[in-house]
Write a protein that binds this ligand. Sequence first.
Ligand SMILES: Cc1cc2nc3c(=O)[nH]c(=O)nc-3n(C[C@H](O)[C@H](O)[C@H](O)COP(=O)(O)OP(=O)(O)OC[C@H]3O[C@@H](n4cnc5c(N)ncnc54)[C@H](O)[C@@H]3O)c2cc1C
Length: 339
Amino acid sequence: MPDKEKKQILIVGQGLAGTMLSYQLFKKNIAHKVIDNPVAGSASRAAAGLINPIVVKRVNRTWQADVFQPYAHQIYQELEEFLSERFYYPLTVRKIYGKDDEAFWHHRYQKETLKHYISFTAKHDLPDGIRQPYGYGTIHPCARLDMASILKSYRQFLQRNNALLEVSFDDQDLKINQNGIEWQGNKASKVIFCRGSFDANSPFFKHLKWNNTKGELLDVTIPGLKLEYILSKGVFVMPIGDHQYKIGATYSHSWKSLEPSPEKQTELLNKWSNISDLPLSINRQLTGIRPTFTDRRPSYGFLDEHPQIGIFNGLGSRGGLMAPYLANAFANLINHSQS
Ligand SMILES: Cc1cc2nc3c(=O)[nH]c(=O)nc-3n(C[C@H](O)[C@H](O)[C@H](O)COP(=O)(O)OP(=O)(O)OC[C@H]3O[C@@H](n4cnc5c(N)ncnc54)[C@H](O)[C@@H]3O)c2cc1C
C-alpha cells in the first residue's frame, strides 16, 4: 500500500462501506490506512447479503439499480479473484405468489424498465414441503454476498499491508489543521468516516437526518430442504449451503438493546410457517443496525466547514448493491481533491 503521509487518507470503519472505499482507493494508488474496532451492532457482520435490484412488495426497480447492479457484479467478481476467495454467489429470487400476484406481476411487466428483471408466468416446481398454491415469479439477476467473508478476507489483506489500525476511534482525539488532520500521531490529508450507524453519535454528523433501523435474522438448518435459489414471501429464505439458510429480516425503528429479541424470532418463525411446515433448528440470531437517512438515500462527501472530514454512509438495507459503485464515485472525488 502506498504510504505518502502528506496525501494519506484515514478511513474509519471497516464494514462494507469502508472496505469498498479502501479497495477503490487502493486501485487508484491512493495511500490510506483503515481504523476499525469491531463493535456490536455493525450491520455488515449481521447482513444476509442479498443483492436484489427489485423491491419485492411493490415490484419496483430499486433506485439506480440498472447502474448499481452490473457494477456490483463486476467488482465482487474482481475482488474474489484479487483476494483468492469466494464470497459472491449469483442466485435468483423466487417470489411465492399470493392470490392476485401473478396478475399484478404481469401488469408490472408491461413497464419497460422491469422486463429485464422479472419473469411473471407462474411456475409450480418448488420442492415438496413448500406451499405454492399460486406458484411463483422470478427476479433476476440477484446474488448472495457473504459479507462476513469479504470483510474478513479484506481485513487480512489490510493487515498484510500494514494498513489496519485495530483500535477504537474517539472523535475527541481528532486534531484538525490547515493541512489536514492528525489522530493519535497519524497525519493525513483527510479522514473519511464509514462507521455506519455509529456515525450518528459523532458531533461531526449530528446535523444529518438519521433514521437507523435495527435488523434481525435467523441462521437455521432445515434438514428436509435443498434450495439453489432464494425464496421470498414476507421474508427471504436464502441458502448458504449444507441445508443451512438465512431467514430474514426484520425492521425496527426503536430498540432497547442490540441483543436478539424473542419477539423478532417469533415474527420470523411465523413468516417461515406461512411458507412451510418443514422442521428447522435455529443456529443463531443475528442483529445489526442499518445506517439509514430519512430520505433512504446513501451519502458521501465532505463537510463544508471542514473539507478534511468526509463521510460515506446511509447504505440502509441495500449496501451490497450500492456500495461498490458509490465507493468508486467517492474515490474519484477524493482522487480529484488530492491533486
Ligand atoms: C439484519 C440485517 C440484514 C441485512 N441484510 C442485508 C442484505 O440482505 N443485503 C444488503 O445489501 N444489505 C443488508 N443489510 C444492510 C447492510 O448490512 C448495510 O447496508 C451495510 O452493511 C452497511 O455497511 P457500513 O459499512 O456502512 O456499516 P457497518 O457494517 O455498521 O460498519 C461500521 C464499521 O465501523 C466500525 N466502527 C464503529 N465505530 C467505530 C469506532 N469508534 N472506531 C473504530 N471502528 C468503529 C464497526 O465495527 C464496523 O466495522 C442488512 C443489515 C442488517 C442489520
